[in-house]
Design a protein around this ligand. Structure first.
Ligand code: PEP
Ligand code: MN
Length: 263
């Protein structure tokens, strides 16, 4: 099956599209062990951030370009497709040069039209036609999200998906980022053929919430899930409270009830 069919399988097929992998690529060993674990559970698309947008300076900001080589090794050894976050012109050029299959735009970047336009221009320059997955902006602004989609579309990219990762709020009692499901649902109503992938890891911020958020996504007819998975979550260098092992991921996915409402 080619990549576009996989991306669209969440819309036409009965199973959701699943993307999984660590928040960040940390070491070559961590990337390969996690990827092998996920591949053994049937996961077809591997995620890992190599340029990490951190809220405050001083934290781990990603391994950078070296990580692209590790992602390539994942492709060769497991046959999985790979995806990483791009936030500027150079990231796009490097990622495409290193054969990254899918690019995603993060929530802090999609809130900034200058940055999205820079990415769009770079995609056009290198002739990357997608898939590009666009996360919602951190703030609950549907028009800004749609604006980011339009900028990428206008650069000639036709394989576009969106990721719902929740919306920032001052009060973080239960969720790290509030789901505000009505916003992605309204987006789906306005642009029906856009694959909508839900990121329960960043919405919940805690591993205990991943199963229920994933089930809610399925109940709302979302097309896929992107879930952070790590070979040793408690030792993760970023987002450790929300990462799960490949075994736990597989357990959660097997418990999902997927109603056949799309035929
Ligand atoms: C991530 O996917 O690890 C990430 C940084 O996500 P977001 O842009 O949604 O905060
Ligand atoms: Mn993360």
């Amino acid at each position: 099956m080619d990549l576009q069919s996989i991306l669209l399988s969440g819309i036409n097929g009965r199973r959701p599209l699943i993307i999984a992998g660590p928040c960040s690529a940390e070491t070559e060993e961590q990337v390969i062990i996690t990827a092998r674990g996920l591949a053994s559970k049937g996961i077809k698309i591997f995620r890992a951030g190599i340029w990490k947008p951190r809220t405050k300076p001083g934290g781990f900001e990603g391994v950078g370009m070296e990580g692209l080589i590790w992602l390539n090794r994942v492709k060769k050894e497991t046959g999985m497709y790979v995806t990483t976050e791009v936030a500027n012109h150079n990231h796009v050029v490097e990622a495409v040069e290193h054969d990254i299959d899918i690019l995603w735009i993060g929530a802090r970047t999609s809130a900034n039209p200058f940055a999205v336009q820079e990415i769009a221009n770079a995609l056009k320059l290198v002739g990357f036609e997608g898939p590009v997955l666009i996360k919602n902006p951190v703030n609950p602004d549907l028009e800004l999200w749609i604006g980011a989609i339009e900028r990428i579309y206008n650069a000639g990219v036709r394989k576009i998906g969106v990721i719902h990762r929740g919306f920032s709020s001052y009060d973080k009692k239960l969720y790290r980022n509030l789901p505000q499901w009505h916003i992605p649902i309204e987006l789906k109503r306005r642009i029906p053929n856009l694959p909508l992938i839900v990121d329960p890891s960043h919405i919940g911020g805690k591993r205990e919430l991943i199963a229920s958020l994933s089930q809610q996504a399925m109940d709302l007819n979302c097309d896929g899930l992107i879930i952070e998975a790590h070979c040793n979550p408690d030792e993760a260098w970023s987002d450790k409270d929300q990462q799960i092992t490949p075994d736990v991921l597989s357990y959660i996915l097997n418990l999902l009830v997927i109603r056949d409402t799309k035929q």
